[in-house]
Design a protein around this ligand. Structure first.
Ligand SMILES: [Cu+2]
Length: 141
């Protein structure tokens, strides 16, 4: 079952760039995405658990197309705005939590970093309008 899901996800990801896809799903209008932890300005020693808060919508697996639900994405040190017509990139600065995780263990190099959450739909597109947290800045010692 898990393998089937991974294969399906890999196929979906591989085929994304050549598919013309309508914009993301409509977001619930009272949706709020926020960091439970860390808080803006936090100074952190070493690795930490980053905890994702979501109100007004639900968390599900990537690929699951339920109304008013999606999966979390953590943007680390991303300055460019997201393109609403493209899936959220997948790289070391754009982490996908397609298993429905609501927290993640994060390890960053010492220094200042920005963190921002974005909810993505079944196909990793931002919602419309985007469900996005405030961008926070933390310092890793
Ligand atoms: Cu995703």
């Amino acid at each position: 079952m898990k393998i089937v899901r991974l294969v399906a996800l890999a196929v979906a990801l591989a085929s994304v760039p050549c598919v013309v896809h309508a914009q993301g799903k409509p977001a619930a209008k009272d949706a709020l995405l926020y960091f439970i932890w860390p808080q803006n300005g936090a100074a952190i020693k070493g690795g930490f658990w980053c905890r994702f808060g979501l109100r007004g919508m639900g968390v599900t697996h990537a690929g699951d197309d339920f109304q008013n639900s999606g999966h979390h994405h953590l943007l680390i040190d991303v300055n460019e705005p997201l393109d609403a017509n493209e899936p959220i990139p997948q790289d070391k600065n754009h982490l996908h939590f397609g298993a429905g995780q609501t927290e993640a263990r994060i390890e960053l190099l010492p220094g200042k970093h920005t963190l921002q959450l974005v909810l993505g739909d079944a196909k990793h597109y931002p919602f419309n309008p985007p469900v996005i947290s405030k961008k926070i800045t933390i310092t890793v010692k």
